[in-house]
Design a protein around this ligand. Structure first.
Ligand SMILES: CSC[C@@H](O)[C@@H](O)C(=O)COP(=O)(O)O
Ligand SMILES: [Zn+2]
Length: 204
């Protein structure tokens, strides 16, 4: 049976896909998005859809372990990364994943983090009231085994005093979260802007 999904969550997900597609951050069928719903439910994109052309049927519901309410539907292949964020960070209300050129190029060359410092746009991240700050954006090795990748991500958070607003997966893409979809999009745009600056600086 098809579970009910609040229209606001569906529209937030469809809108995020259109906006990210305009920036060319979701090529082919890349990317996935989700919104936390009450009662331990998560509205998330179905696997294999072009994220610039989502419709109401492109969104489904899983629980916080990634189990679909409707077993006939296949959720994003990376559902467990979304669930890991919701389980770990109670304030997370929306999660975005995209594949930009900047996050792909920079993560391929990076060690275990990318430092962003001195950018005015750092102020778009929580708790940073000035450009005189720096953020180490974690970079994880890519892995097609998503439960294993999620375990690695979780163990990195255990060792960090302050949690960054997102992370990169090497040669793959970015994950960002925030209390709601608008805030997640703002954080993602800020992060992608700074990564693009870094990429151009390193090229010149
Ligand atoms: C087009 S390949 C990209 C996928 O492997 C994956 O990384 C991705 O972002 C989209 O997967 P999906 O299962 O549609 O959510
Ligand atoms: Zn991906």
């Amino acid at each position: 049976m098809r579970a009910t999904i609040p229209d606001a969550a569906i529209q937030a997900i469809i809108g995020a896909g259109r906006r990210m597609d305009r920036f060319h951050w979701v090529p082919a069928t890349a990317g996935n998005f989700s919104v936390r719903l009450p009662g331990g439910r998560v509205a998330i994109t179905r696997s294999g859809q072009h994220k610039g052309f989502l419709g109401p049927d492109s969104v489904m519901v899983v629980d916080l372990e990634g189990r679909p309410e409707d077993p006939a539907l296949r959720p994003s292949a990376e559902t467990l990364l979304h669930c890991g964020i919701y389980r770990r960070f109670p304030e997370a209300g929306a999660v975005l994943h995209g594949h930009s050129i900047a996050n792909t190029v920079l993560s391929r060359a990076a060690g275990d983090s990318i430092a962003l410092a001195g950018y005015e746009l750092l102020k778009a991240f929580p708790g940073l009231p000035t450009h005189e700050a720096s953020v180490a954006v974690p970079v994880f090795g890519n892995d097609q085994d998503i439960p294993r990748l999620q375990a690695v991500v979780d163990s990195r958070w255990d060792g960090l005093a302050s949690i960054p607003p997102g992370y990169l997966i090497r040669g793959h893409g970015v994950y960002v979260w925030a209390p709601d979809m608008d805030a997640a999009l703002a954080r993602l745009e800020a992060l992608e802007f700074m990564l693009e600056c870094e990429m151009r600086e390193r090229r010149s």
